[in-house]
Design a protein around this ligand. Sequence first.
Ligand code: HAM
Length: 420
Amino acid sequence: MITKPKGTIDVVKEDALLWNYVNYVVDDMMKSYNYEFIRTPIFEASELYHRTVGNTSDIVKKETYDFKDKGNRDLTLRPEGTAGVVRSYLENKEYASPDTKKYYYNGTMYRYERPQAGRLREFTQFGVEVLGSNDPAIDAEVISLQYHILEALHISNLQVNINSLGDGESRLNYKDALIKYLEPHIKDLCEDCQERFKTNPLRILDCKVDADSDILKNAPKTIDYLTKEAKERFDTVLKYLDILDIDYEVNPKIVRGLDYYDHTVFEIVSLDNEETRQSVLGGGGRYNKLIKELGGPDSYGIGFACGIDRIIALMKDIDLYKDIQREIDCYVMYVSEEEKLHALDIVQNLRLNGVVTETDSLNKGLKGQFKEADRLNAKFLLILNNEDLKRGLVNVKDNHTKEEEAVDISEIVEYIIGNL
Ligand code: HAM
């Protein structure tokens, strides 16, 4: 038997119901915040990710799915969504628009990681990118949007961890301090960190292997090295978050695993499965230099992404899915071919009027059809029989109260809609 590739999942059964539910809530909230949907390609020129996510990031060094197409082009399956959105913004000259562009997306991402619970090779993110505004209120809006989507999904035990990497000058000051601090300890850190020390020392703070070592715990903090302007900017973001009533924790450990960030960086974790790294449901930050680095004007950007697979795993862990069950409005039952002709017509009529309707397709007897209707949690059963039909009637049974009523066939749709 052919099985699915390692690190991928089939979204089926209750996962599929949750999947639709999550997407429904996401779409709804994005509309309220006035974000416009964007879809970009699943593969892009490899160079895009080298220049955005960064050559020194784990993602580009070890985790991308790179391939050459038949035209010998170097392509990469997208490991994240920000780079593609910014590329599209520049290619379509959207920066010429006088408005702030607020995009949201939802799609599969690919990273060649060691698969484990909540860490897949093909996973799905929803996310936003806001381009063109440096207003700290946008930082607060993006964090609040991410928080409220998770809250709307009834995930209540959430914590926003926030930090600032500051501007270019702040980062240089910090990098110097960090190098001085780490130099005497570097031999005690993992091999990857020794390499990161040469290429991008900030990355060491993000190390999964050494996360609990005292060396990293006592490392200098980015917020102590912010310039006056960067510090003021960060304080304003925090003030706006207070106004929006978002609880946050300033957490110096948040430096994020991608190279493009500056100023505000944040992650939202679930305290319900805090002990694992997979508790990070989403993260993001500002990337004010990226647009120019990709050949665009001096502009601004900020965004976040959340892992849908992780959200669904958490919802199942904390039993949130109990209330979300598959159910239908009507099950239409018949036995003879003559009744079937009416059934087909009634089913279509109900469906086209927005009533969720199912009928038998396996030639089951009435008993089997009753069972099927129960399995589907049908609210109403329409039990067709020739005698009623001759008189223009259909027997409608409320499957919860068990009450039955003969309803005029021409009024069936109104009757069901009126009683749902
Ligand atoms: P990220 O932190 O790499 O950020 O990923 C965001 C979220 O995607 C994670 O918090 C997690 O929920 C989910 N995720 C990441 N990797 C996996 C995986 N292997 N399996 C399952 N879920 C995963 C970004 O991707 C940035 N583009 C976010 C951003 C947008 N920054 C600015 N704008």
